[in-house]
Design a protein around this ligand. Structure first.
Ligand code: DLL
Length: 433
C-alpha cells in the first residue's frame, strides 16, 4: 500500500541503517565531549573520539541504567552547557528518586515532530479535536500530547487528568473526536458517560491510550461505553523524550517505532545478549540525535519483542509488540515469577468479569498469600460468585502456577485512577495480617 505521509518518513532498511550509523557516531562523540560520566564509561570500554563504529559494534558499548540517572541527579546525563537547556521533565519512577531529564530546544522540536507522526499514524486530520486527559507539568505526558497536536495541526483541548465534570462538558460542547489518556482514565470517563447516558450526545471516534499496559478487554469496554470506533496504544518514557516513541497503526498489528530517532535492541535481561528474533526481552535504547540527555544503551526494563515482516498498513518503519510488562513489575510469590499481565490474560478468559483487577500480597499463617480481586460485569449474576471465584483460582493455578484467593466484587468497586493504575499491593513486609 503506498503511503503519503507528512510526518512519517518512508525509509528502507538500508536507509535506516545509514541514519542509525551516523546517529550512533554523533551521539557517542557528543556524549563523550559533553558529559564526564559518559566520557569515563566510554573510555573504559575502549572508545576514543574520532572512532567510527558500525551498528554491530553497539554490543561493545557500556549500558546506561537508572543508577546513572540517580547518580547524576538532578540533571543526569547532561551533555550540553546548561544555557542550552530550555526545559526539564521528570517522572516519579517506580523506585527511588525522581528521574529528571533535560531538553534543548532541538530536543523539544524532535519530540513534537515525533509525536505528530503518532497523530498521523492514528489517521487524524487537522479537523480533529483532541481532548488531552493526561497530566501536565513535570510529567511528560500532557506536554507531549500537546506539542504533538499543535505541530500536527489538530485542535488541542488540554484538560489534564481528573476534572470529570469539565471533561464531560467539553466532550459534549466541543464535540471532541479524539481522546488521549491512560486506559484507566478512559475507563473512568466511560463509566461516567454510561451513568449519565451521554453516549448519544458525544462525538468521540478515536482514542489513544498509553503510559500503562491495558488488556483487550479493557479496551473493548471503553469502546463500547464511549462509542469509540478505534483506539491506539502509544508508548514512551521520560528518558526518551516522553510519550510518542511509537504507536500502534491502523492495522493494529504491533507498534511502529521511530528507528530513525533511536536504536532499539531487545536483550535477554540476564545475559544482556540479543534474544533470538521474535523472542521477548528487555528494550534497550540508544538515541540518535538527543542533545541534552542522550541515551547510550539505556536499559528501560520494559519487556517486548520485535515483530518481523512488513506491516499491512504500508508504513515501513519497524514494529515491536505492545509492552508486555516491566522486569521490575515482576512479583516473586512463593518462588514463582509472575507478571501482572499474566493475571490480566487469565481474567480475559472469563466473560462474566470486567477488566479491572488488583493483586494483594500479604502474610498470614507464616506464609505469603495472594488475594486477587476482580469485578463482576453488571449483567453477570452474583449468585454464582463462589463458582466464578473457584474457576478463576483454578485457571490461575493452571496457567500462572500460583494458588490465590479470588474475591469477586461488584462493578466499580475496585479503585479507579486518573493516571496509571496500581495493580499490585504488596504488604508482605508489613508482617502477619
Ligand atoms: O508514561 C510517558 C507516556 C505518557 C507514555 C502517556 C504514553 C502516554 P514515564 O512516566 O516515564 O513516561 O513511564 C514510562 O511507562 O517505561 C513503560 O513501563 C510504561 N508505559 C508507557 N507507555 C506504555 C504503554 C510515560 N503503552 C513507562 N503500555 C515505560 C505499557 C507503558 N506500558
Amino acid at each position: 500500500m503506498p503511503t503519503s505521509h507528512r510526518f512519517i518518513p518512508d525509509l528502507s532498511a538500508d536507509e535506516i541503517s545509514a541514519i542509525q550509523t551516523s546517529g550512533l557516531n554523533w551521539t557517542l562523540a557528543h556524549a563523550f565531549a559533553g558529559n564526564p560520566a559518559y566520557r569515563q564509561k566510554l573510555s573504559a570500554a575502549g572508545y576514543e573520539p574520532g572512532m567510527t563504529l558500525s551498528l554491530e559494534d553497539i554490543t561493545s558499548l557500556p549500558f546506561t541504567t537508572t543508577d546513572d540517572l540517580r547518580e547524576g541527579y538532578p540533571l543526569p546525563l547532561l551533555s550540553v552547557p546548561q544555557e542550552d537547556v530550555v526545559r526539564v521533565h521528570a517522572s516519579s519512577g517506580t523506585t527511588g528518586k525522581r528521574k529528571v531529564l533535560a531538553y534543548t530546544q532541538a530536543d523539544i522540536d524532535t519530540w513534537k515532530h515525533m509525536f505528530a507522526r503518532c497523530y498521523e499514524l492514528a489517521g487524524l486530520s487537522v479537523l480533529d479535536r483532541v481532548q488531552i486527559a493526561v497530566g501536565y507539568g513535570l510529567w511528560t505526558a500532557g506536554a507531549g500530547f500537546q506539542i504533538g497536536c499543535e505541530h500536527f495541526g489538530a485542535m488541542a483541548v488540554p484538560v489534564g487528568p481528573g476534572n470529570m465534570e469539565i471533561h464531560l462538558q467539553l466532550l459534549e460542547d466541543m464535540q471532541t473526536t479524539t481522546l488521549c489518556s491512560t486506559a484507566s482514565m478512559a475507563l473512568l470517563m466511560a463509566e461516567e458517560v454510561q451513568k449519565r447516558h451521554l453516549k448519544g450526545k458525544i462525538a468521540l471516534k478515536k482514542a489513544i491510550f498509553g503510559a500503562e499496559p491495558h488488556s483487550d478487554k479493557m479496551r473493548r469496554r471503553i469502546h463500547e461505553l464511549l462509542g469509540i470506533e478505534e483506539s491506539f496504544d502509544i508508548v514512551g518514557m521520560t528518558e526518551l523524550y516522553g510519550p510518542g516513541t511509537g504507536l500502534e497503526c491502523c492495522a493494529h498489528a504491533g507498534i511502529h517505532y521511530w528507528a530513525d530517532l533511536y536504536i532499539l535492541e531487545i536483550l535477554d535481561p540476564q545475559t544482556l545478549r540479543p534474544v533470538a528474533p521474535g523472542e521477548v526481552g528487555e528494550m534497550v535504547v540508544t538515541t540518535l540525535r538527543k542533545e541534552a540527555a542522550p541515551l547510550i544503551r539505556y536499559r528501560t526494563r520494559d519487556l517486548t519483542r520485535l515483530l518481523p515482516g512488513e506491516c499491512s498498513c504500508g508504513v515501513r518503519l519497524p514494529r515491536h509488540d505492545k509492552i508486555l510488562g516491566r522486569s521490575d513489575d515482576m512479583i516473586i510469590f512463593r518462588g514463582v515469577n509472575i507478571y501482572p499481565g499474566q493475571v490480566a490474560a487469565v481474567i480475559e478468559l472469563f466473560k462474566e468479569l470486567g477488566s479491572e483487577f488488583r493483586i494483594h500480597l500479604f502474610r498470614k499463617g507464616g506464609k505469603d498469600q495472594m488475594l486477587l480481586q476482580v469485578e463482576r460485569r453488571p449483567e453477570a449474576d452474583p449468585t454464582y460468585d463462589q463458582n466464578l471465584s473457584e474457576a478463576v483460582s483454578e485457571e490461575l493455578r493452571k496457567q500462572v502456577m500460583v494458588r490465590a484467593w479470588v474475591e469477586v466484587m461488584g462493578q466499580g468497586e475496585l479503585p479507579r485512577s486518573f493516571g496509571k493504575t496500581k495493580r499490585v499491593v504488596d504488604d508482605r513486609e508489613a508482617g502477619e495480617q
